[in-house]
Design a protein around this ligand. Sequence first.
Ligand SMILES: Cc1cc2nc3c(=O)[nH]c(=O)nc-3n(C[C@H](O)[C@H](O)[C@H](O)COP(=O)(O)O)c2cc1C
Ligand code: SF4
Length: 467
Amino acid sequence: MCGSAGALLQQKVWAPMEADSIFQPLPFHSLTLRNRILRANIAGRFDNADGSGNRARINWELKFAKGGVGAIISAFAPVDVRGRIVPNYAAIDRDEFVPFWRELGRQVHEYDCKYIVQLAHGGRQRDIRGIEYAKGLSSTDKPDPVHGFEAERMSLQDIHDVTRSFANAARRAREAGLDGIEIHGANGYLFTQFLSSAINDRDDDYGGSLENRARLLLEVVQAIRSEVGRDFHLQVKLSTTEYANVLNPWADRGNTIEDSVKVCQWLEAAGVDAIHVSSGSMFAHPRNPAGSFSVKEVAKTYDTLLGSGRYAFRNYVLFQIWPFNALFGRLWRRQGLSLDRVEGANLSDAAAVKQAVSIPVLCTGGFQRASLIRQALDKDQCDAVTIARPLVANNDLVKMFEQGFDQPPVPCTYCNKCLFNVLKNPLGCYDESRYSSHQEMLDQIMSVYDPPSFSSADNDQIERPSA
Ligand SMILES: Cc1cc2nc3c(=O)[nH]c(=O)nc-3n(C[C@H](O)[C@H](O)[C@H](O)COP(=O)(O)O)c2cc1C
Ligand code: SF4
């Protein structure tokens, strides 16, 4: 990789690891991590169309296990076919997928790394329609405002069925020998659609007051606990501030940190072992993942979404044609965090949650400087950080911290090109300025297919009809 490695080597700060808060073990109720850095959830379309996992998924996760993180939190793993948001994500909605998750966990464990699977349901929010279902289940029957996917208001029977799907998925995770589960309660997916004052328009026991809006999440926690017992690690990722009016100042702003603090206290009382703090009423959102937003980059891959959702064609035109694209880009950037504020974007929310609960609090968003992470831990703003893009850019970031680097020689630029490519191309770091050549970038991206799914060793084992 290119970059002024020489100058940055001077940023090395040698501190004994035993005294470094980053490298202190993190104890949860029933699980202990060896350090305070978790790989945050990063979805990529590596898997098979039926939701079964693939060799590439294992290769991808091993990059981070080898790089020294204390735990990996998986990508969005659908608990039900109707909760899928794009094809080709590894799902956990069937018993026959347990062997894949078991093998993934086994290989990750070889590197003294724990594996937590994110149980997820998209509700009305998704990216590519796929062939399995038309309307997404939600708290409302209003379509999602980004792509215009249709929604169906959930009946009490639907609520019961989805609750069972989460409990069954938790059981599968435990049967697979994984170390815990995370409920994806953030970023606009099903639980946000119930929790949010800006989205939930029900007038039954699951809508109206905050308590009612949190009912589905709390019932799912209860159902999971009944299924897997008290001692299987369970954490919840939440958008603690929604900023739902970010692109439309006349809209409801959605839940505030004060609302979310109450929800976190209820979750703790219900037996949740940790809170993972994120933000944003949808995904992507100008604040999550915060950073650059280039309409030109979005336009390059948006054709993948054509035919998905009733606004997709409108968006496609908007992203291709000046001045609409320029205006949209400007609006997004204005409402987002400027590059110098991306670091630790959710720390103040994490600190507010931390003061209100006694379970560990994980914070996501903009961590790649050891000194900032150390400071957040030492000031008790959170108990650990979760990292996505900086680990995509530098898989061995934790090892670099161990060696005394404050930040990597060629850091993540928060350009978000990994995000803009994720629906069309293999997941990886697409910031060409970080590489010495285009080919080097491609090699890094394609390295996830090595070792391949099918090798000559497999070939030798295939039974051939005798001549
Ligand atoms: C390409 C990409 C895919 C992501 N996929 C998921 C996901 O499946 N589930 C989830 O909860 N968050 C997902 N996120 C959000 C990250 O987990 C993380 O919270 C966010 O990017 C902020 O952290 P960072 O600044 O370290 O990237 C994704 C982010 C990116 C960039
Ligand atoms: S493309 Fe690379 S540099 Fe840009 S945000 Fe993603 S990981 Fe970071």
